[in-house]
Design a protein around this ligand. Structure first.
Ligand code: F7E
Length: 381
């Protein structure tokens, strides 16, 4: 399937009758459904940051039928997609990426036009604790998806979420699509393996299969284990305690010297969708081209919170305190990683030129947005 996805405003009448057509078929009888003008998109990882933003993007900018996959969990975590669950064009389906039968069944039943894979074990630090689970989810599962697409839905366009962590120990700044893969973590290695698999399947079987290089992308739906949300949430909590004259524990962080290219996750969705709708499949870097340290993220967040601070110490003794000497943020070497990626900055000029990709949020807007969101959430708890 090489024709470009039309992004016209959906005609509600036509659209509803096509949806009814989809709903009236048993899932296994897809021959007629396949003629439908409405494209079907499988999005994995919809309870996470990227998957949920992609659902919102597709609901707003396309008339696709979206199948969001979730893993059955004893404790439901639908907070990022709660608002989308009542949409007739959005359906939740169970899929476990570590079960290849589950992947195959989902693909043969839905016969998707697009498969966007955002599900992953995405916490780099955790990949040293769970290397095998990370490999199975981030590399082996991609192979199963590619095999299923090749055998059962070769017209389906496949996107796999790639990462700047694949560049790892960088040899040039900024990093573009030509930069070698030098991963430093089990996570980065798994994503690099998935990239090679995606390319091999693209070249061997002429599949439309891509893996964009997404540099760090953050926002109000980010998990609290990632450093940006840990900072915005931690400082908002401290600010509220200060306002109520309560005691508080300092926020403890690892390597403050690490530098990242931070973008708002929402801005990435148009870039990913454009990547999926070109005349031929190609991988692109999505990034801001600007690099900031973890320390700078802390400082900007403290400024957003109007907290005056004094910075003292170095390395493991570095800390930020109030003028009265009360510690707000301090370094704890327990959060250092076995191997660090010291700096990452992406060169997204190819995506800007060929995909017409633009961003709405810069670093300062991102930090402000994240801090204010966490402050409001905690205040109204
Ligand atoms: O760490 C340092 C840490 O865990 C960023 C994922 O989305 O982006 C993300 O991976 C930096 C590292 O993200 C703490 O050592 C300091 O240098 O927020 P992070 P990440 O590892 O860059 C890439 C592109 C992905 O693909 C990943 O899936 O911050 N750091 N102190 C800390 N990091 C954490 N988590 N916690 C700290 O206390």
């Amino acid at each position: 399937m090489k024709n470009k996805q039309e992004q016209t405003t959906p005609d509600p009448k036509k659209h509803n009758s096509q949806l009814a057509e989809i709903e009236s078929h048993s899932v296994r009888d897809t021959s007629d459904i396949h003629k439908s003008a409405i494209k079907r998109v499988i999005v994995t990882g919809v309870t996470g940051q990227d998957g949920s933003h992609m659902v919102d993007y597709l609901l707003k900018h396309t008339d696709c039928m979206i199948y969001g996959t979730i893993r059955r969990l004893s404790v439901e975590n639908h907070i990022n997609i709660e608002h989308a669950k009542s949409e007739p064009r959005f359906k939740l389906v169970n899929l476990d990426l570590t079960d290849d039968y589950s992947i195959r069944d989902t693909i043969t039943e839905i016969k998707p036009h697009y498969f966007l894979n955002f599900a992953a074990q995405s916490f780099v630090d955790g990949s040293w604790d769970y290397p095998i689970q990370t490999w199975e989810t981030d590399a082996t599962a991609v192979l199963h998806i590619l095999e299923s697409i090749r055998k059962h839905a070769p017209y389906c366009r496949f996107y796999n979420a790639g990462s700047s962590e694949e560049f790892g120990d960088v040899i040039k700044d900024p990093q573009d699509e030509e930069h070698p893969l030098r991963p430093q973590s089990p996570y980065g290695a798994a994503k690099a393996a998935a990239r090679h698999l995606t390319r091999v399947y693209r070249e061997s079987y002429d599949l439309y299969a891509v893996q964009g290089w997404l540099f760090n992308h953050e926002g109000t739906r980010r998990g609290k284990e990632f450093v940006t949300r840990k900072i915005s949430h931690g400082i908002a909590k401290i600010k509220l305690a200060m306002e109520k004259n309560q005691d508080f524990e300092p926020l403890q962080l690892g390597n403050l010297d690490a530098k990242r290219d931070w973008t708002d996750a929402e801005d990435f969705m148009s870039g990913v969708w454009e990547m999926m709708n070109q005349s031929s499949a190609k991988n692109y870097v999505l990034a801001s081209g600007k690099m900031h340290s973890v320390r700078q993220f802390v400082i900007h967040t403290l400024k957003c919170a109007n907290i005056e601070f004094i910075k003292k110490g170095k390395n493991e003794t570095e800390q930020f305190s109030t003028k009265d000497g009360i510690c707000i943020v301090k370094v704890n070497s327990e959060f250092y990683r076995p191997a660090e990626v010291h700096k990452l900055r992406g060169d997204c000029s190819l995506a800007e030129k060929e995909l017409g990709w633009i961003r709405k949020y810069d670093f300062k807007k991102l930090v402000k947005r994240m801090y204010e969101n966490d402050y409001e959430l905690l205040k109204n708890k």
